[in-house]
Design a protein. Structure first.
Length: 275
């Protein structure tokens, strides 16, 4: 045996004396142990903030859908994909991008709150489903029309909301190869239609097509010396098309009332001045 081995053996600690039943006692202690689950720390702040952001996301999706319903872009799709390029110009991407970011942040905070025992991917997918389905359901209830009518009638005025429902969520479609309006009068294959913006347009109906006064029609065609020549035509759903005209009629009524009030105030002012 070498000198180095002697040194290592001499430095090795001595095994302490153990009782005869030591191994049985160790096994007994091990058998009595229970594995405690890792406690999930629930963050009430993250959960409340996430719920608030999800609510904002639902309202945002509702606003996006209502604007698409009102701007006339869906009417273009009634003729198939020929106007698909024009439709993209009416999609409110400036609302869609913030809504996507808001829901993404909400899902991240929901996952951080540890309110659900799910992975981040499942929470994100669930959050977008909640906001998408919730926003679509809200847009289908007709609450937007009620809010818009209340605001236009002047019963209440909210800075941002009033601007959205009065100025932004309205009929804006302006395609050189598309026209839409309510039939005002007819004359030997020609029709005069009134668009949702109040403009009167003379149109030449497609061969063999017959319309009646009061019907709302949409045509694909082109302008021909001030007359819109229609190559294809179909009828609009009367109830859905009415929302475009209802908005315009209420706006015109509100402006007329405002002008009458303004004229009355000016007349009263002149009478007071003359006295």
């Amino acid at each position: 045996m070498t000198k180095l081995e002697d040194i290592l053996k001499s430095a090795r600690p001595l095994v302490p004396p153990l009782p005869a039943n030591f191994s049985e006692r160790v096994m007994t202690e091990i058998a009595g142990l229970e594995v405690e689950p890792v406690r999930r720390v629930f963050s009430i702040f993250n959960f409340i903030a996430a719920c608030f952001l999800l609510l904002v996301g639902v309202l945002s999706v509702n606003s996006i859908l209502f604007e698409v319903q009102m701007n006339g872009s869906l009417e273009l799709l009634s003729f198939g994909t020929r106007f698909l390029a024009d439709v993209f110009g009416y999609i409110p991407f400036d609302l869609i991008i913030p809504a996507v970011l808001i829901v993404g942040l909400a899902s991240r905070m929901m996952w951080a709150s540890k309110a659900f025992k799910k992975g981040i991917a499942a929470v994100i997918i669930s959050s977008y489903l909640v906001t998408g389905v919730g926003g679509a359901a809200l847009a289908a209830t007709g609450v937007n029309e009620k809010i818009r009518d209340t605001l236009i009638e002047g019963k209440i005025d909210w800075p941002v909301i009033s601007w959205f429902y009065k100025e932004r969520a309205r009929f804006l479609e302006k395609s050189p190869h598309f026209s839409m309006g309510r039939v005002d009068k007819l004359d030997n294959g020609f029709a005069w239609i009134v668009t949702p913006t109040g403009r009167q347009v003379k149109v030449e109906l497609p061969d063999g097509r017959v319309v009646k006064k009061g019907q709302v029609i949409r045509l694909a065609g082109s302008d021909n010396n001030g007359v819109f020549k229609g190559y294809d035509m179909n009828f609009c759903h009367p109830v859905k098309a009415q929302r475009y005209y209802h908005h315009m009629s209420m706006m015109q009524h509100h402006m007329k009332m405002h002008m009458n009030m303004k004229g009355h105030q000016q007349m009263m002012k002149r009478m007071t001045t003359s006295q």
